[in-house]
Design a protein around this ligand. Structure first.
Ligand SMILES: Nc1ncnc2c1ncn2[C@@H]1O[C@H](COP(=O)(O)OP(=O)(O)OP(=O)(O)O)[C@@H](O)[C@H]1O
Length: 249
């Protein structure tokens, strides 16, 4: 395709395989993968089985598939949190996974967590200070920002996390299911922010079970099923095929 040749590739996923090895007593094996029991009592879950695609700048790519199909594993492998057992991921810059959750502390105020989350995402202290007002405003938590995070509802926590992570332009941003937690109005605002990041030459991956969010945000969709990429193409085509598959299986 001539048009494709002119776009700058930012992520190349090449024949990516991820296998999790879990002790049989472990809790990590999900219902959809077929665990293989080895003689030593270790199960292997083949979560990604040779997934390949190229993502270009200015694309926003939806990642869909039923529970346990490998979506989060793919995102974690793209940011380097989960090592591939085969194949490779190449990226023009480090992808950022939106989900500063692990870094935030429930006993600290929203205010302190903005600093903590910002640092965890690699922002400089001065950048966080400059972005503070914008983050509070986007999260709409002005009246609650001095309270400990444990007093926030899950939707309020999700809003703060999204506001921190989306406060800066990212070259490659991965949003894993974050949008489904806030209310309708916040979802619409976050979708708008994702489109803005994409329009400013970023590439956005959105993992979601909400086909409305996917349709509203993405121009291309990757559909995973049991660790394999079954379809990669324009949003409407892939979502329609996925919904048909779900209604018949
Ligand atoms: N840390 C882990 N250890 C062992 N197995 C894992 C681990 N993480 C995921 N898996 C398994 O890998 C498979 C893919 O899981 P993954 O979380 O990538 O799916 P997903 O498509 O993101 O699912 P969901 O829609 O439910 O979030 C599942 O069978 C799951 O049980």
């Amino acid at each position: 395709m001539a048009a494709t040749d002119h776009r700058r590739p930012v992520v190349v996923v090449d024949e990516l395989h991820v296998e999790y090895k879990v002790y049989a007593s472990g809790k990590a094996v999900g219902p959809n993968a077929k665990p293989v029991r080895s003689p030593r009592g270790i199960r292997t879950v083949h979560a990604l089985k040779g997934v390949s695609f190229v993502a270009y700048e200015n694309e926003s790519i939806g990642v869909i598939g039923s529970n346990g199909s490998g979506k989060s594993t793919l995102m974690r492998a793209m940011v380097g949190l989960t090592p591939p057992s085969g194949g490779a991921v190449y990226a023009s810059s480090r992808p950022n996974l939106l989900g500063v959750g692990a870094a935030l502390l429930p006993d600290l105020s929203g205010e302190r967590n903005i600093v903590l989350g910002g640092l965890a995402l690699g922002f400089k202290k001065s950048e966080i200070t400059a972005l503070r007002d914008q983050i509070v405003e986007f999260s709409e938590l002005q009246d609650f920002i001095d309270l400990p995070m444990r007093t926030y509802s899950s939707g309020m926590q999700a809003r703060l996390k999204f506001a921190i992570a989306a406060s800066q332009q990212h070259d490659i941003l991965i949003v894993d299911e974050a949008l489904s937690v806030g209310d309708k109005r916040f979802q619409a605002r976050s979708e708008g922010r994702i489109r803005e990041i994409r329009d400013n030459a970023g590439t956005v991956f959105l993992v979601s079970h909400s086909m409305a969010s996917i349709r509203g945000t993405c121009d291309r969709v990757i559909w995973l099923k049991k660790g394999e990429l079954v379809m990669d193409g324009p949003t409407d085509e892939v979502v329609t095929a996925y919904e048909l598959d779900r209604s018949t299986s």
